[in-house]
Ligand binder design. Structure first.
Ligand SMILES: NC(=O)c1ccc[n+]([C@@H]2O[C@H](COP(=O)([O-])OP(=O)(O)OC[C@H]3O[C@@H](n4cnc5c(N)ncnc54)[C@H](OP(=O)(O)O)[C@@H]3O)[C@@H](O)[C@H]2O)c1
Length: 246
């Protein structure tokens, strides 16, 4: 039996990158998944290989009504929501002094306000589940300063503290909350960073294992936090970064 057999998960940003790897791992462990993302070209097709066990619902986490509709869609389709995997996120690089206000706002709206909207919309369903889980998505940069990534670092630091607070608030409702903090991963934005040799060469020597992580390695940590094996881990930030000396 899979670690998530019979469970229903909502994964934001599950159309590509780490979110898609997590969606695939959740399905492989027996879950049914509703993926919410704004959905560029091919968003539906990204899930086609999962045979209807993961379905796409167009969602913008910056919009509370859109996120409420995502949770409703999951409950209508699969009967409830047991796991919220709040993965959607983005970065807009640039030194803080010169960063466009619109870029700052987009990162805050997506990474932090979007998480708030997802949690508010999911809690009634997770409470009804009786065994609800929230896994939030930070980054190694949530606790390490990276020049040129002020909006990203600041929002991920906030995600970690928000997760710790709601873990205490939601425990009486039977909802367990943890936060995943991947390091540099060869998927999504991590893969893009690796393609920029000038930047990657400054970070690569800091990784003790001497390589990027894989999407699968991050997804397995997400399965752990979403499943019964992680039941007594609560309010924790789980770093999965190969040993980052920085
Ligand atoms: N890859 C890494 O090395 C790494 C390391 C540490 C942490 N992380 C974190 O892992 C998460 C996923 O990153 P990734 O690298 O996989 O990025 P990615 O490949 O760019 O994927 C981001 C996902 O988020 C969705 N998204 C963005 N804005 C959204 C919005 N407003 N509403 C709904 N969905 C939205 C995107 O879909 P649409 O564009 O269609 O909306 C996409 O599915 C992020 O939170 C990131 O900070 C990644």
């Amino acid at each position: 039996m899979g670690a998530l057999e019979g469970r229903v998960a909502v994964v934001t940003g599950g159309t590509k990158g780490l979110g898609l790897k997590i969606t695939e791992a959740f399905v492989a462990e027996g879950a049914r998944v509703v993926v919410g993302a704004r959905g560029g070209a091919g968003a539906d097709g990204a899930l086609a290989h999962l045979d209807g066990r993961a379905v796409f619902r167009q969602t913008d986490v910056r919009d509370p009504a859109s996120v409420r509709a995502l949770m409703e869609a999951a409950a209508d389709r699969f009967g409830g929501v047991d796991v919220l995997m709040a993965n959607a996120g983005l970065s807009r690089p640039g030194p803080a002094a010169g960063l466009a206000g619109a870029d700052w706002a987009q990162v805050v709206d997506t990474n932090l306000n979007g998480l708030f909207h997802c949690v508010q919309a999911a809690v009634p369903y997770l409470e009804r589940s009786g065994n609800g889980r929230i896994v939030t998505m930070s980054s190694a940069l949530g606790s390490r300063p990276a020049p040129g990534a002020s909006a990203y670092c600041a929002t991920k630091a906030a995600v970690e503290m928000f997760s710790k607070v709601i873990a205490l608030e939601l425990a009486p409702k039977g909802i367990v909350v943890n936060c995943l903090a991947p390091g540099f991963v060869d998927e999504g934005m991590g893969r893009l960073l690796k393609q920029n040799q000038a930047v990657w060469s400054t970070y690569a020597p800091k990784v003790a294992l001497g390589r990027m992580g894989t999407g699968r390695e991050i997804a397995e940590a997400a399965v752990y936090l979403a499943g019964d094996a992680g039941a007594y881990v609560n309010g924790h930030v789980l770093e999965v970064n190969g040993g980052l000396a920085w």
